[in-house]
Design a protein around this ligand. Sequence first.
Ligand code: KG4
Ligand code: ZN
Length: 335
Amino acid sequence: MRVLGIETSCDETGVAVYDSAQGLLGHALSSQIDLHAQYGGVVPELASRDHVRKLIPLIKTLLEESHLKPNDINGVAYTAGPGLIGALLVGAAVGRSLAWAWQVPALGVHHMEGHLLAAQLEQPAPTFPFLALLVSGGHTQLVQVAAVGQYTVLGESVDDAAGEAFDKTAKLLGLGYPGGPALARLAEHGNPNTFNFPRPMTQRPGLDFSFSGLKTCVLTTWRKQDHNEQTRADIARAFEDAVIDTLAIKCRRALRQTGLKSLVVAGGVGANQRLRTCLAQLADDEGVAVYYPRPIFCTDNGAMIAYAGTLRLAVGQSEPLAFGARPRWPMNELN
Ligand code: KG4
Ligand code: ZN
């Protein structure tokens, strides 16, 4: 069974074909970074228009390069939410139409389910059950995953997502968009002992996160300092340490609370090298295995949608002809 996956929820146009027997047959990505960089963040209308321009040519190229014909495709999966409504509707309209034209089932996939399952594209692949730390630009969640579609959100951010905190702090420090990778690069030159930011919500019980106070803390510190290169790097380092430490403390707590022996990390912030190093140490201490998708499958991509679509198709799921998109879509509703 072969599924074409389409991802257009935000600022990447991603497509891929996943084969349930052979694995990933091909994937392609068109990033909109250059388009949004001059505005310092994603401009939703520009994102939608770029998806309109790029999506169909990208699918054509992918099929050609993977030596596949429409006849070889048994289903079309597209991200149906959460995300930017205009951007989502482009993928949903194209995906649903292709499925109709090719007379195969269409599957509306939850974007975070895609992230959550992305580590299964790698070898060795995590097996159920596992604990997932989802850290993206829009979400920070700890999810207990019993099986496909059986998700219990154990904790989540009550305000900014981890990636959003990275992006906002990067902007404050005068770094471009997207801020996360730029801030991580700057932090490499920072002294970890110059500043010390709080680890929010780690003193009280529970698995929720809060990152907006940390951003304010950075702002206050930044205002009090000389704005030289070393200070910027030191602040970046202290901020990165605070976020990573907070995520690690909550992961450890969730692993102990659930007794789960596998930790899966996914979403854009999962590409952060120092987070990976820190969680590898934690996994070692706790005697659990930790899994990540390769960095390009941590951020938004078509492969994770094709894969989630394949699993959903295998259990007989498909969409009616009328399609829609859900900018907000709680993951608990997938069960
Ligand atoms: O999963 P993703 O591509 O999109 C959403 O679904 O939101 O995640 C994007 C987020 C952005 O906030 C970006 O700054 C952050 O992931 N990010 C990083 C790194 N690479 C991407 N944050 C920290 N360190 C990185 N290396
Ligand atoms: Zn994402």
